[in-house]
Every structure is written in structure tokens, then in C-alpha cells.
Design a binder for this molecule. Structure first.
Ligand code: GDP
Length: 425
């Protein structure tokens, strides 16, 4: 039996959804263990094109159980909408294939509202939040000011708790932001409108996963965003509000004793970064525009143009270390086809000194990229399915990455479709 975590090595948007969709063939259970509806995992398969925000990417596989662990910010409203969107495209999401941890906290409508109000207040100092309420949600969770999904089964006690939370939250809404207070009518509408609907999915994921593990079932842990957005190890404060690292998977999944045997780190063949924060190998002008167009680099959640840059070996090596990756999946290699030479960032220069180590977050804005170029390839590689059929320059590019970051590349993705992938033995 072997469990596996599929995690981001960089700033997110590496193509995790696409890889999980492919890898689920070998797994019985897919668990999202952190983050919330700010994810945008794009999956292209026989049902169409999906941008999954909360649902685990195993939802398309028959016989696969999908779990939203206790580490996830479960937004009942958006989750119910997403379930409906999937159903409209022929993908049934029922308690047979989705289970929500009774210990997962629920994201309240005021979390989204507060997220937007705070970004508005920060003006040009904003964090570039997707305004899904994630930061206010996790702050409240750690203040013990959220409710757990399992509390929905004790309506009377719950209403009392929600009333207290609402009164406390209204102080912030009205006195800090001068916004409209939430009423108990709003809360009742929320409880009736979406919370009631997700109740049949709620269960004890700890016991479920323990039993599954004992029966030898294979578990895949699906992360959101990437190592550089981890709240402890990322580009603070431009991180997300949860741990995106594989080490957190057992806790966030709801089964602290479960083992992660393999960690597949997803890295993109070039760099992209959505939102604010330092991005050392960023490219600008027409060169950047061309890469953005070629890679269709626009946010799955917001449609925002992503910042693009040269493959950053310093950040990628650090990402591999944070994730303790045992293998890499390199995505979007096809996007680089046709370039005469490919820019690569091999080191940083900080205050006149060259380093290959990823700097402390507050030193990053002084870091400059040390760039080199490597030969590109001219042919279309999107139809290639075997390592030996790749042009030599593409193979050299991958060899160089393996050596620089100290991790083998096992999968090479050359297109968004499920089968557009090369397995390097
Ligand atoms: P995630 O959040 O890590 O799942 O990544 P996103 O879904 O936000 O972004 C990845 C984007 O790249 C999606 O639009 C995918 O369909 C697309 N994609 C993934 N792998 C490949 C690939 O190998 N080649 C190309 N051309 N597109 C890919």
C-alpha cells in the first residue's frame, strides 16, 4: 500500500488538478486537506472543462471517494453551487463519492465580505486576495470563532452559537469597516439555503480514513497552491493562510496517523505567479506577453492575467525541499516549443552577493535574477507520449532541472488533456 501527496512546488497554478485527475486512476480516495474555494484546479476530461474550486479532483472517477478534510475552509454556499455545476455537466456528486469532515470549519458569508472590505481598505498595499474569505476564515478558526460542519446536526445549540458569533462579527463589520451588519434572518437563510443541503455529505473522516487505510485502500492527498504560498515557509506575507506543504496532509485530511509514502511535486516548465508579492524571475514586455498567451496564463478563479517569468531553479529547489518531494511532474513543457532559446534563472544576486539558496522573505524584494539561456526546440511536442521521442533539447532541459533541484522528474505533461503526459521511467 502506498499513499501519495500531490503538491505544488511553486506559487500555485502548476497544473495540480490536471495531474490529480490523471493519477486518481491508481487511488481509491482523494482528499483535499487545506485551503478553500480560492483554488482553481483546471481539469479537462470526457465530461468537459472544469475549474474545481473546492471539490477534490478525483470527483470524475467512478468508484473514487472524495474527502474534504478538516483542514479545508468549507464554504457551503460555493460548494453547493459547484456540486450543481458538476451535475449540469453529467458528473453526479452524492454522499457516495463526497464526504465532508464533521470537523471541517464552515466559511461564513461574512468571511468573503470581510476579505473584500480589507483589500479595499489596503488599496495599493493589498495582498491580491481572490476575496473568497480565506484569510478571515483561518484567523477566526484559530480564534475558535467558526463552527464545525458537525455542529449543523444540533440546530438549537448552533443557532445560539451563531448569534454570539454574529454579534461579535458585527462589531468589526460596522465599527471598523462601516458596513452593513449581518442579521439572524441572513443566517437562517444561509442555514436553510445551503447548509441543510450539504448535511448528508458530512461524516467522520477520521474513522473513514483509518478504516480505509487498514483495508489497504490507496489515498491521494491533493493540495492547493504551492510551497511558496505556505503560511510558514512561503513568501510571507504574500502567502495563503494555510499550510500547503505535504507534511500537513495527514492533519488536514483528518487522520494524523496516516502515512504519506510518496510526494509528487508539480512544477511548471516556466514560472507564473498570480497576485502580489516578490517574483524574482519575472519577465515583462512582449516576451512576457508571448509566454502568457502561449500558456493561456489567466487565473482559473478570477480570470486575472498571471505574471510570468523564467523557470526559477532557486525557488523550485526550495519548493522541492519544503515539500520533501520524492518525484516531480513537470507541466506545460509544450508551451515552450518554438523558442530559440529558453531563459532560466540559476541563482539570485542579493546586495552584491550571488546565492543559490532561497532568501528570507523580506530579503526577496532586493533579489535580482542571475539568468542564463538554454537551447529550445522548434517542433510541436504536444502529441509526444514517449521520453525518447522528445527532442534532445527538451530532454536536456529536463535533465538540467533534475540536477539543479535534486529530484527526479517522473511525469512530463505536454497538454491539458488527461492523456497528454509522458512517464519517464
Ligand atoms: P492548478 O491550480 O495547479 O490545478 O493549476 P490551474 O488549473 O490553475 O492551471 C493550470 C492550467 O494549465 C490549466 O488551464 C490546465 O488546463 C493547463 N495545463 C495543465 N497542464 C498543461 C500542459 O502540460 N500543457 C498545457 N498547454 N496546459 C496545461
Amino acid at each position: 500500500m502506498s499513499n501519495c501527496a500531490v503538491v505544488g512546488i511553486n506559487w500555485g497554478d502548476e497544473g495540480k488538478g490536471r495531474m490529480v485527475d490523471l493519477l486518481t486512476e491508481e487511488y481509491d480516495i482523494v482528499v483535499r486537506y487545506q485551503g478553500g474555494g480560492n483554488a482553481g484546479h483546471t481539469v479537462v476530461n470526457e465530461y468537459g472543462t472544469f475549474a474545481l474550486h473546492l471539490l477534490p479532483s478525483g470527483i470524475f472517477r467512478k468508484g473514487v471517494m472524495n474527502v474534504l478534510g478538516n483542514g479545508v475552509a468549507v464554504d457551503p454556499e460555493n460548494l453547493w453551487t459547484e456540486i450543481g455545476d458538476c451535475a449540469a455537466k453529467g458528473v453526479a456528486v452524492t454522499p457516495e463519492n463526497l464526504m465532508i469532515s464533521s470537523r471541517a470549519s464552515l466559511l461564513m458569508p461574512w468571511h468573503r465580505e470581510l476579505d473584500a472590505l480589507e483589500e479595499q481598505r489596503l488599496k495599493d498595499k493589498k495582498f491580491g486576495s481572490t476575496k473568497q474569505g480565506i484569510a478571515p476564515f483561518y484567523s477566526d478558526k484559530f480564534q475558535k470563532k467558526t463552527i464545525m460542519a458537525g455542529e449543523l446536526f444540533q440546530p438549537e445549540k448552533l443557532r445560539e452559537r451563531l448569534k454570539d458569533l454574529m454579534e461579535w462579527k458585527n462589531l468589526t463589520l460596522t465599527e471598523v469597516y462601516n458596513a452593513k451588519p449581518t442579521t439572524m434572518d441572513d443566517i437562517d437563510a444561509w442555514l436553510k439555503g445551503c447548509c441543510e443541503k450539504i448535511k448528508p455529505y458530512i461524516g467522520d473522516t477520521m474513522q473513514y480514513l483509518r478504516k480505509a487505510q487498514a483495508e489497504g485502500k490507496r489515498i491521494l492527498f491533493e493540495a492547493q497552491l504551492g510551497a511558496l504560498r505556505d503560511i510558514d515557509f512561503g513568501i510571507w506575507p504574500y502567502t495563503t493562510s494555510s499550510n500547503t506543504t505535504a507534511a500537513y496532509a495527514p492533519v488536514g485530511a483528518g487522520c494524523p496517523g496516516v502515512k504519506v509514502d510518496e510526494v509528487i511535486g508539480i512544477a511548471k516548465a516556466y514560472s507564473t505567479c498570480v497576485g502580489e508579492g516578490p517574483f524574482v524571475s519575472e519577465m515583462f514586455g512582449t516576451e512576457a506577453e508571448k509566454l502568457r498567451e502561449a500558456g493561456a496564463e489567466y487565473g482559473a478563479k478570477t480570470g486575472r492575467p498571471r505574471r510570468v517569468g523564467a523557470l526559477d531553479l532557486v525557488a523550485t529547489r526550495y519548493g522541492v525541499q519544503c515539500q520533501a518531494a520524492t518525484a516531480l511532474a513537470l507541466t506545460k513543457l509544450d508551451v515552450l516549443s518554438g523558442m530559440d532559446s529558453i531563459p532560466v534563472c540559476t541563482a539570485y544576486r542579493v546586495d552584491g552577493a550571488t546565492t543559490e539558496d532561497f532568501p528570507f522573505p523580506s530579503d526577496l524584494d532586493r533579489a535580482e535574477p542571475v539568468l542564463t539561456t538554454v537551447p529550445g526546440w522548434q517542433c510541436d511536442i504536444s502529441g509526444i507520449r514517449k521520453w525518447e521521442d522528445l527532442p534532445e533539447a527538451a530532454r536536456n532541459y529536463i535533465d538540467m532541472i533534475e540536477q539543479a533541484v535534486g529530484c527526479p522528474v517522473k511525469y512530463i505533461s505536454v497538454g491539458p488533456e488527461r492523456d497528454a503526459c509522458i512517464i519517464k521511467e
